[in-house]
Write a new protein. Structure first.
Length: 150
């Protein structure tokens, strides 16, 4: 037993030193943190078909936040064929349905819901929505693959 005590003490000291040497891990960013930035279109799909006929380079959508609370959004439509996500292209945004949807102007006359496709990161976001019949009688589904705007 006396032989085991020094070995056990040594292991205990080494274990404490090893734990002390570990740096605290950085928490993963939240969905709000990942979304809160200006985005540009890298690829656009209309009814799941790539749209190669339109220049989306000037399109921007920006989501702002106050700490972990979504606040305002702004859309700069550029040359997108259906640029107006809402009537004013500005307003408030919120997350819904377990962070799988972005609601623009929730509860208002201009409300629209964007589906978040996949898992958003600070480098990639894909959104999908159906254009309302009042805007386009064919009600196309648009998908924008986005990257941070420079």
């Amino acid at each position: 037993m006396k032989r085991l005590l020094p070995s056990f003490s040594l292991l205990l000291v080494l274990g404490v030193l090893a734990l002390g040497a570990c740096s605290p891990s950085t928490p993963e960013p939240t969905v709000v943190e990942n979304l809160s930035r200006a985005w540009r279109v890298t690829r656009a799909l209309v009814n799941n078909q790539q749209d190669n006929t339109t220049n989306y380079s000037a399109f921007r959508i920006t989501f702002q936040r106050n700490d972990q609370t979504p606040t305002n959004y702004t859309v700069v439509p550029g040359n997108a064929p259906r640029p107006n996500l809402t009537a004013t292209n500005t307003g408030t945004w919120a997350l819904a349905t377990n962070n799988t949807q972005i609601q623009l102007d929730a509860g208002g006359a201009n409300a629209i819901t964007l589906e978040i496709v996949g898992t958003p990161t600070d480098q990639a976001l894909t959104i999908r929505w159906r254009v309302p019949r009042t805007v386009d009688k064919t009600e196309p589904t648009l998908t924008y693959e986005l990257a941070p705007a420079q």
